[in-house]
Structure formats: C-alpha cells, structure tokens
Design a protein around this ligand. Structure first.
Ligand code: IMP
Length: 429
C-alpha cells in the first residue's frame, strides 16, 4: 500500500494543514518527523478551527498519530496543546498518540538562548519563532541533549543536566540573560515525566508493524524546503532538514517506505522572518495578497511578507526533495488581479541563473526575472473541478507545471477540506 510524505515547497505556511487533513482521512496513521512547536497548522473543519503546532494533524480525524525521533519536543508545550485540543472536543490518549522514546526535548534554556541570541543579532536577526528549536537541535548534534526516554531515568536526567547547564548557563550569562538552576529544572522534569511517559515507545517498531500490515502512513512535514538547514536560504532557515528524505530518518523507517512525495506551494509566495525573498512585493498588490490570504503567522501572529510565485525556487525545491506531485493552494486569493507575474530565474550582476545561488551575498543580490500572465475576473473560489476554473487560471497553473517541471496533483480553492480539485490521488498506487 502506498504511503505519502507531504512537504512545503516554499518558505512554510503553504496550507499544509488542510492538505494533510484531507489526506489523513485516507490514511491509517499520521507521523510528524522533524521540527517542533515552531510549526503552525490550521485546520478548518465545519465551524471549528484547530491550530496545531506539535501534534500531528491526523488527530482531528481520530487517526493514530506518531511524533517521530526527528521532532524536538517541548514537554510543556505538548501538554498545553493536548489540553487545548481536548477542550475543543478531540480525544488524545496513549491509544491515539505515540511519541518516540529517542526524540530530543526542548527545555526552558533553549527558548531563553534562542531569544537572547536573536536580541544580540540586532538588525541581522534570523527571525526565529523564539521557541528554542535551534538550540535543541544543536544539543542533539553535540550529544548533550536530554531525550524523552531520559524522563524514565532520574539519575540520567540529573547527570545530563550538569553538562547541559554548564553549557547553556555560560552562554546565557555571556549574553546578559538570566541563568537556570539545576534543581528547579530537574524537579519540573520529574513532575512532567508521569504525564508524558504513557505516550512513549520505540515508534519505529510500531511503524514497521503497521507498514508490514499494509497500513497507509502519512508523513507530515513542517516548515518547508527553502527553510531546510542544508538546502534553504541559509542562515535564514530552521534547524532541521525539511526535505522528504528526512521522513525516513526522522521516523525510523527506510527510504523506500516514504512513498509518494507531495509538495505544497501557494499560488503566490509568502515568508515570515528575515532572509532573501527575490519575488517579494512591497506595493499594494503585496498588501492585498496579505489581506485576502489572511497572511499572519499561526505561531507568532507576525504579518507574512508576500510576493509573486517564484517558479525558479519551487523548481529547485522540487529537485532537491524529489517532489513527484505539486499541490497549489490558495488559488482563489489571486481572483480579480488584472495580471500576474511568475518568477522564472534571477539576474545577479550581469549573469542570469535559473536557481537561487548558495552564497548569502549572491542571494541578496538576486533580481527576479518575471514573466507576465493575464489574470481572471471571475471567481475560482470553492471550485471542485478543473473545468469550472476560469480559463486564465488554468493557463496559469499549466505554466507553473511547465516551469517547475512537475505535475499538479491537487488544487485547493478555499480553506474548506472538500474545496479541492483532485488531479491525482497521492495514495493511489
Ligand atoms: P526557528 O525554526 O524558530 O528556528 O525559525 C527559523 C526560521 O524559520 C524563521 O524565519 C521562522 O520564521 C521560520 N519558521 C519556522 N517554522 C515555521 C513555520 O512553520 N512556517 C513558516 N516559517 C517558519
């Protein structure tokens, strides 16, 4: 049976929540495999709006949900989110949620260090969510992280906290930020342990059993390819690999189990935080896209920067992450624009390139090369078949397919789950 991995093909906030929710209804299990509570997935189901950060979106559909080893977990944020969705009527229990024993924990000093470093960067801020994601991944690679399984071993926690706090308190003090007391952190972790441990297991084993039983697994990516720590607009990126290959290492399955790779892209482009954005609009059209598309960060509430669809960048994201089918979301936000632009490459000095270069200065200097297309005056909102779309919208989508060199699998025409044009069911074998 086919599995599917869903990843963002731009800078995040492409509307993955709706697509994952739509696919979750066809899946048996939904797995998060990277990132943490920096992610924000909004799901609209009937009259209810769910905002999920760390919990897999499958929870809304009552599916088995798994948080894999590649995720960084803030236990306080996890418990708060569980309480919040329970208050909205969702059931969260060890029967519906499993958490990898070898996932890394985000602790209060990670957030403190993240924020203190951003402060110290002045006008060179990355624009992080301030939730400790980077420092937690740094600790993982430095082999001093506290992992979920450590919650069951008080002596391990005690010993690890010595090393962890030596490192973090030194850094925090050097930045003029308050330091942390070991006994306070230890006591809090020991108090949280009984609330977290019932969900914990080696999830790779469960996923292996499910896979062998022919169950459908949906891998839910967070952030997006252009925020990937290797392939994105470094250093203005998140601290994990966001490409689809991470679904294997971040969940504990083989690469062949990842299945069909579905990339999500908005019909235009947005970015939160700092960093290069060649097709960004600083005029009323950009403002209009932000207003019509309700472009405010789910996690931080920051207004998102808006721009034209950057086909060169999406093509690059498709190539480096093996995207086999593209979902174009929020097409209806473009309704009523007289003309549209597609970025097809960049001019850097006297050179023309088809991809965003790796160097910081080159990225900052990249001038977009635009192709102009006719817009449409009739509405594409809530259309459910290709044929109902305005002809200019069809031409726009077809041109995107050509430029990004990948087929469109789905088109989303409103936040409602069923307002989706299906060209190809990603779960079909
Ligand atoms: P961090 O992940 O908090 O370290 O932030 C690093 C960069 O990734 C910043 O530009 C954030 O705004 C961005 N970022 C992190 N998570 C998301 C997301 O879910 N959507 C969009 N941008 C994100």
């Amino acid at each position: 049976m086919a599995n599917v991995a869903v990843i963002g093909a731009q800078w995040g906030d492409e509307g993955k929540g709706k697509v994952v929710d739509w696919l979750a209804s066809r899946a048996d299990v939904v797995v998060r495999y990277q990132g943490g509570h920096n992610a924000g997935h909004t799901l609209v189901v009937g009259n209810e709006t769910y905002k999920l950060s760390l919990l897999p979106s499958g929870l809304v559909r009552g599916k088995l949900c798994v948080i894999g080893n590649g995720v960084v977990i803030d236990p306080e944020a996890l418990l708060a989110e569980i309480a919040r969705v329970r208050a909205q009527g969702l059931s969260v229990s060890p029967d519906t949620l499993r958490i990898a024993d070898n996932a890394v924990l985000i602790l209060p000093m990670h957030g403190a260090l993240d924020r203190a470093r951003e402060e110290a960067r002045g006008d060179r801020k990355i624009g992080t969510t301030g939730r400790g994601i980077g420092p937690a991944y740094e600790d993982k690679v430095a082999r001093r992280a506290i992992r979920v399984c450590d919650l069951a071993e008080p002596e391990t926690l005690d010993a690890k906290l010595d090393e962890l706090l030596r490192h973090h308190n030194t850094l925090l003090a050097s930045l003029g930020a308050p330091t942390f007391d070991k006994q306070t952190v230890l006591a809090r972790l020991l108090a949280l342990a009984p609330e977290i441990l019932p969900y914990v297991e080696p999830v790779w084993e469960r996923l292996d059993t499910l896979r062998q039983a022919g169950k459908r697994i949906l891998f839910e990516g967070a952030q997006a390819v252009m925020l990937d720590v290797d392939h994105g607009t470094y250093p203005y990126v998140t601290s994990s690999n966001t490409v689809a290959a991470t679904a294997a290492s971040g969940a504990g399955v083989g690469p062949h189990s990842v299945g069909f790779v579905l990339g999500i892209a908005k019909a235009y482009a947005t970015r939160v935080g700092s960093g290069p954005f060649p097709s960004e609009l600083h005029d009323d059209i950009g403002k209009g896209l932000g207003e019509r598309g309700h472009e405010f960060g789910t996690v931080t509430g920051r207004p998102r920067r808006c721009g034209w669809f950057d086909a060169a960048m999406v093509r690059q994201a498709i190539k480096v992450s093996g995207i086999q089918g593209l979902v174009v979301t929020k097409l209806d936000v473009l309704d009523g624009l007289k003309e549209l632009k597609l970025c097809t490459g960049y001019r850097i000095g006297d050179k023309v390139v088809k991809h965003l270069p790796a160097g910081m200065a080159a990225q900052a200097a990249a001038e977009p090369i635009f192709e102009t297309m006719a817009g449409w005056t009739t509405s594409s909102r809530s259309m459910r078949t290709w044929a109902e779309l305005p002809p200019a919208a069809i031409a726009y989508l077809r041109r995107i397919e050509e430029l990004v060199e990948a087929p469109i699998a789905l088109v989303s025409t409103s936040p409602e789950r069923d307002d989706t044009i299906v060209v190809r069911d990603p779960f079909a074998d």
